[in-house]
Structures are given as C-alpha cells and as structure tokens.
Design a protein around this ligand. Structure first.
Ligand code: CA
Length: 527
C-alpha cells in the first residue's frame, strides 16, 4: 500500500480540528445528525487524460476504435458534442481547467511560461468549503499544487515512474495509467471513510507521446490496418504558410526510436531519451516489449518502404500504439467506476471524463495538437451526475474548458468566482435549456518554440468558432482562414480569399473583436 496520506495533510487537519471540530461536533449534537448526513454534497471525480481526441472515442463516433467504459459513462451522463479548449497545449489547458480563465489571464500562455498561482481555482474553493481534495498524475504547471490536501505529481515516463509528493519522491512499478488509477482508488478508499465529500483530479499522462502501451495491450490491433484519415496526405493548399512547415508530420517528423519503437541507432536527444525509457523497464517488462516489437521491427527493416508507403506504415505504427494507450485509459474509467459502485459511492459521486485537448490522428498528415483545427481544438467532455443529469443525454451547446471550474463550484454549492471567464454547465446537465448561451468560442495559441528539430513550430493564431463557421487569424503571417464546417468539416477549403469582403466575414470579425474585448485579451497582433 502506498503511504499517500501526507504529513502535511495531517498537520492541516490537526490545525483545523481545534476550533472547527468543536463547532462541527456541537452542530451534530444539536441537530442529532452526523456531519455526513448534513453534508450531502457530491463527491467529484475528474478523470482527465492527455491528448485523447474525441475521434478516438466510440461514443463520439470513432471509426478506428471502441471505448466501452467511456461509452457507458456517456450513456449514463451527458456527452458534450461541441466541447473545445481555449489553447490546445498541455500546461495551458491545465491552468485553464483550474482557473476557468483563458491563458492570457492565468499567465500560462505556453508550456514554458509562468502560472499565476495566486488566482482562485476550483481546488482552492472546494478545499476551503470543506472538501477533501487530491490531484494525482500529470501536473505540468511550474508551481507546486495549491488547494489539494494531497498531491502526487508523475515524474518520469510510461513505466515505473516516480511521483513527487509533499513529503518527497516515491517510486512506483508498473504502467503509468495503472499506477495513477491504483493510487487514486487508494486515496478515494481512505477519503470515503471521512465525513466530508471528496474531489479528486485523476490526471493521466497517457495518451501523450511517446505512446508506450501496457504489456497486456501490446498485441492489440496487431492484425490488419487501422483506417486512415482522409487528409493523411494533405498538401496544405490554401492554408497559412506555417501549415506546411510545422514539424508534426506523420511522414517525416515521427522519430524512429522515440516515437515509432524502432531500434535505437542514432545519437540525438530523442534517441537518448528512447534508450533511457527502455532502460527503465524491468527485465520482465522488457521481455514482453521485445516480444511484441522485435519481430515487427525485423519485418519493417526488410520491407524497404519509402514515400507514401512509408507514411502509411508510420501512421499504422503510431496510431496502433496510441489506441493501445487509449485502451488503458478506458480500463481506468472502468476501474474507477467499479470501485465507486462496489463501495456504494456511485449514487453520490459526479464522474467527469475529459482530456487536456484533442489530437491529430494523422488528420492533415499530422500528429500532435496546437492548431485551432477541429481535431485538436475539440476535446471530449462527458459528465455524469447521478440523479441530476437529465435526458436527453447529449448537448450541442458550445462549451469550453473555461467552463469546468465554474461547474465544479456550482456542484459543490460554492459561491461563483466572478473573475472566471467560463460559465457553469449545471443548467445544461439539468436540461434546463439555459437561454442566452454563448454563440461562439474564442481560441488563442501563442507558444513560442525555439527553432530546432524537436520543436513543432506552429504559428501563433487566434480565432472564433460559431456553430457553423470558423475564422482564424495567423497573425505572424498576417494570414486568415475561414471554414464552413457544415460543408467542409475537414477544413481543407479556405474560403477567406473569396469571402474576404463578405458580410459573413465582417460579422465574424466583429464577433471576434467582441470576444477579445470581453475576455480582455490584448495579446497577439490586433485584427
Ligand atoms: Ca496534452
């Protein structure tokens, strides 16, 4: 058993107990009820994955895999069909989740910028209101977690990772998705014995690169091919100049050992990283790994593939490992819900499934994220609040990751923080048909990467998406793109050159300006 209850947490509780406990005891005596009976607020479990695209979830219509546990959650709860992020990249997505603010307002505009950890967050608010709180897994924010009684930050790769906790580093053995799940279940088991509700952010690091699946999943999808996306061989005609120069192509930017699990032959930084990751495996794990990849790699070495055929092979190798990691996440959702059901917690526990952003699964010839194109701009969002979520169980409202924090506050009965940009989704969950819902969402990607072989080099851009249209301004290139998502869901036909002077573009620019004023985003070149 992992000693997850930290000394810090004990200290905090002991300090709290002197005055608070007397008051709470008095209330219990006077009312004749236990505190549990008086505090019926729901437990909240956020299962958050990394880089898990909507189109790799069967409940969202995936044509390449099935996700039975996530699908079951979607059947039980509400699936948000139009769920987007504010900035499609790991650290900023987490900062937005915590604060309910767009990136420019929480400071974390990129993975390598500061985070304003003095701001209100859902964790701080729920902790202050009496919730037991925990964050376990990927953090990716430069400051230490605040608002969590217990936290354990993953430090390492997919196997046998270490965890940084308030009391020091702790080792682990096993696949990271399993380990994060086990630690989270352990924490919930102990917390459920207390008289206060709990909130846990289970923050998986899968299915992020380097897509190293668990041993039990290594042979899945071994036979046959995964269907290719229509735009695998995209030529980027009509798109911004940065589209063809971005370094995220399945055809040429997947690293042989690091990404594709081919033998390490080079001396580059990612070759060394790949060697280091293999060295982390136990002999038994390594044996299983080699049994899966060695014969496949030998067959590849003999194939002599090049050109389009090599791109197709790269895609298969990449997407199969990605989907194997998704299988691990789906099993985690099943394990968590199974634990809740067996411990009579399911009826009063909100379960949320989401990811920090979407991902290109060969779409536009890419892997990775960052762009405002649908595949990485969208993110899964499914919420099950037992006895509260109403049917029909899907929503087409335009929602965004700025909405999660205000939603959690309302679920917990905590006063809303006015400064948050987002809006509570609780009325949608209750099928109360909220009037005056937003007509458009705002997006701004602004990570500046140093030039180099391992950078993705995506141009900065901001834009607006309505129910039907998307207008994006790549301000570094002073280049606009416009899409009719009804006619062109794959976003291959940039309508801007033909419609630059149209009423449609004028209206969208006016709306975009309005959103930049509403959110007070003065960063980036004015439109
Ligand atoms: Ca991510």
């Amino acid at each position: 058993m992992i000693p997850f209850r930290s000394f810090t947490r004990f200290t905090a509780q002991v300090t709290l107990s002197c005055s608070m406990f007397l008051v709470l005891s008095l209330i219990s005596v006077v009312s004749g009820q236990s505190q549990q009976a008086t505090d019926s607020r729901p437990n909240i479990v956020i299962i958050y994955s990394d880089d898990h695209a909507q189109h790799a979830i069967s409940a969202y219509g995936s044509r390449i895999n099935t996700t039975p546990a996530i699908d079951q959650l979607a059947r039980d709860g509400v699936r948000f069909n139009n769920s987007f992020v504010a900035n499609s990249i790991c650290g900023p997505a987490r900062a937005t989740l915590l604060t309910g603010l767009h990136s420019h307002a929480n400071g974390m505009t990129a993975n390598n910028t500061r985070f304003r950890d003095d701001l209100p967050t859902f964790a701080k608010s729920l902790q202050a209101s009496g919730y037991q709180t925990a964050m376990i897994g990927k953090w990716h924010i430069p400051t230490k977690p605040k608002g969590f009684d217990y936290w354990a930050i993953k430090r390492g790769g997919y196997y046998n990772s270490r965890f940084e906790t308030p009391t020091g580093m702790e080792p682990s053995e096993g696949h990271i998705t399993d380990v994060i799940t086990e630690r989270s279940v352990d924490w919930m088991r102990e917390s459920s014995q207390q008289d206060r509700p709990f909130l846990i952010w289970i923050s998986h690091s899968a299915v992020h690169r380097t897509w190293a699946p668990a041993g039990r999943h290594l042979d899945r999808y071994a036979d046959g091919d995964i269907p290719e996306p229509a735009s695998l061989h995209d030529d980027y005609q009509g798109r911004n100049p940065g589209a063809s120069t971005a370094q995220m192509r399945v055809s040429r930017d997947l690293f042989p050992a690091y990404d594709l699990k081919l033998p390490v032959t080079g001396e580059g930084i990612l070759d060394k990283a790949a060697s280091g990751q293999l060295a982390q495996l136990t002999p038994q794990q390594r044996k299983r790994w080699d049994a899966a990849f060695s014969p496949r790699n030998e067959a590849f070495a003999k194939s002599g593939l090049s050109g389009r055929e090599l791109t197709k092979w790269n895609y298969q190798r990449y997407i199969k490992n990605y989907l194997r990691c998704v299988d691990g996440i789906d099993e985690s959702v099943a394990s968590v819900r199974d634990f809740l059901a067996k411990n009579e917690l399911a009826d009063n526990t909100v379960v949320i499934y989401s990811s920090d952003q979407g991902f290109f699964l060969g779409d536009h010839g890419w892997y990775d994220k960052r762009w405002m194109y649908e595949e990485s701009f969208r993110t899964p969002l499914i919420i099950h609040w037992p006895r509260v979520t109403a049917k029909p169980a899907t929503s087409d409202h335009l929602v965004q990751n700025i909405d999660i924090a205000p939603t959690l506050l309302e679920m917990a009965g905590v006063e809303r923080v006015d400064a948050m940009h987002g809006r509570s989704l609780v009325p949608i969950l209750k099928d109360e048909q909220p009037s005056e819902w937003r007509k458009a969402v705002y997006y701004h990607y602004q990570m500046k990467e140093p030039p180099g072989r391992t950078s993705h080099l995506v141009a900065k851009h901001y834009g607006i998406r309505t129910a039907r249209h998307k207008l994006v301004y790549f301000y570094e290139h002073d280049f606009w793109e416009l899409y009719d998502l009804q006619q062109d869901p794959g976003e291959l036909n940039n309508l801007y050159p033909d419609l630059e002077s149209s009423d449609l573009v004028k209206q969208l620019k006016k709306q975009l300006t309005g959103l930049r004023v509403q959110y007070d985003d003065k960063s980036g070149r004015p439109l």
